[in-house]
Design a protein around this ligand. Structure first.
Ligand code: NAD
Ligand code: ZN
Length: 359
């Protein structure tokens, strides 16, 4: 069993990573001092796949089931969760357990942050992306019709329980989408993690828990370290946005339909690496190593029809524009980055074209 402490000022908590952790969920919740009225929020699909295990482990009564597509990450879904809690007379001794991917975690997490001004929250993430990223750090929230993640809060959970075994049922594309975020951690913070993904690629895809556990743990350790140092993303936490400036633009230009978030980040990292190489900040062989590792996971959705100018326009609307300047996380080596705010449109345009966007 691996345990990682997330020492945020607002609430320190542990991420427990263990194959079969869900079977021991009741004991883990007791250890976390999670209040006794325990409600599970999940999606019909995830509950069908893994709910019986959870129900057996914690003697759960009826779960609160809500749809989990990105388009259901909205206030109406939060309201459905409130409704279920009110109907069940959920009081302050409530623990909300999220069982699902990032959409369930973010949406139900926001319900937990706001119901009765906050009840205990425990994440049991079931996608690779949620296990290495969204379940840690306390960002909860939903989309607004006019923009993604515009409504939300920082609300740290009481704990996070990661069971790599649940990834066995994850569609391959979703699994790969999570791996791009793992590569992101390697690029920003750990050459060892980067190398491990390359060397153990096949075993990782076979999803053997003994291979996955250290990969997930190292990713969680990196995120936990960054989040503890900068809970509200004022400074250092921004390095986790590596690949996300262009990544978010790809998602928005394609209306969130063509790419999984992680896939867009895959391209976004390549764009940032091209900018860095053109500036002489990153050696070309490091950029090539990143491109090779990303390519080795399999093909990404095509981008040749996406105009670079449209991408640039989307980046200018992104939340990472601070006082009119675009923050860009640039890699300087595998495992190291720098944040700059003076990247010109021309540089971005050139990088986009080199990665394959339409000129
Ligand atoms: N809070 C944060 O810090 C943070 C960080 C990164 C991303 N996010 C958010 O996370 C969301 C994306 O999360 P995601 O990639 O997990 O997507 P998701 O929650 O939509 O899940 C992807 C799909 O996988 C299915 N699924 C989940 N677990 C499964 C399992 N074990 N087996 C089979 N199918 C399973 C779901 O039903 C869904 O169809 C986005 O909304 C993004 O904004 C939040
Ligand atoms: Zn991301």
């Amino acid at each position: 069993m691996t345990r990682i402490e997330v020492a945020t000022p607002s609430r320190p908590y542990a991420v427990t990573i263990d194959a079969g952790a869900i079977e021991r969920l009741a004991r883990l919740l007791d250890e976390l001092r999670a209040p006794e009225r325990r409600f599970v929020v999940s999606s019909p699909l995830v509950w069908r796949l893994h709910g019986s295990l959870v129900a057996r482990a914690i003697n759960a009564t009826e779960p609160i089931l809500v749809p989990d597509g990105e388009r259901f990450k909205q206030l109406a879904t939060v309201t459905r969760i409130y409704d279920a809690l009110v109907r069940a007379n959920a009081d302050r001794a409530t623990t909300l357990i999220t069982l699902g991917g990032g959409v369930i975690g973010d949406t139900a997490g926001f319900a937990a942050a706001t119901y009765l001004r906050g009840v205990a929250l425990v994440h049991v993430p079931t996608t690779l992306l949620a296990q290495v990223d969204s379940a840690i750090g306390g960002k909860v929230g939903v989309n607004h019709p006019l923009g993604k993640n515009l409504i939300g809060a920082f609300y740290q959970p009481h704990g996070v329980v990661v069971d790599p075994l649940v990834l066995g049922t994850l569609p391959r594309r979703e699994f790969r989408a999570g791996l791009y975020e793992v590569i992101k951690y390697g690029m920003t913070s750990s050459a060892a993690l980067f190398d491990r993904v390359g060397k153990e690629r096949q075993a990782i895809f076979a999803r053997a828990p003994e291979t996955l556990t250290p990969v997930i743990a190292e990713s969680c350790r990196i995120k936990a370290g960054v989040v503890a140092a900068d809970e509200r993303e004022a400074g250092p936490r921004r390095i986790l946005n590596f690949g996300h400036t262009a990544g978010h633009a790809i998602e928005s230009v394609t209306k969130y339909r063509r790419f999984r978030h992680g896939e867009a980040v895959g391209y976004g990292m390549l764009v940032a690496a091209e900018v860095a190489t053109a500036r002489g900040a990153l050696a070309d062989h490091d950029r090539q190593a990143l491109a090779d590792l990303i390519a080795s996971l399999g093909p990404l959705p095509p981008i040749a029809d996406i105009p670079a100018v449209q991408m640039i326009e989307a980046m200018q609307h992104d939340k990472k524009m601070v006082a009119g300047r675009l923050h860009f996380v640039l890699p300087t080596a595998i495992g190291a980055t720098t944040i700059v705010d003076d990247v010109t449109e021309k540089e971005i345009g050139r990088a986009l074209k080199r990665v394959g966007f339409k000129g």
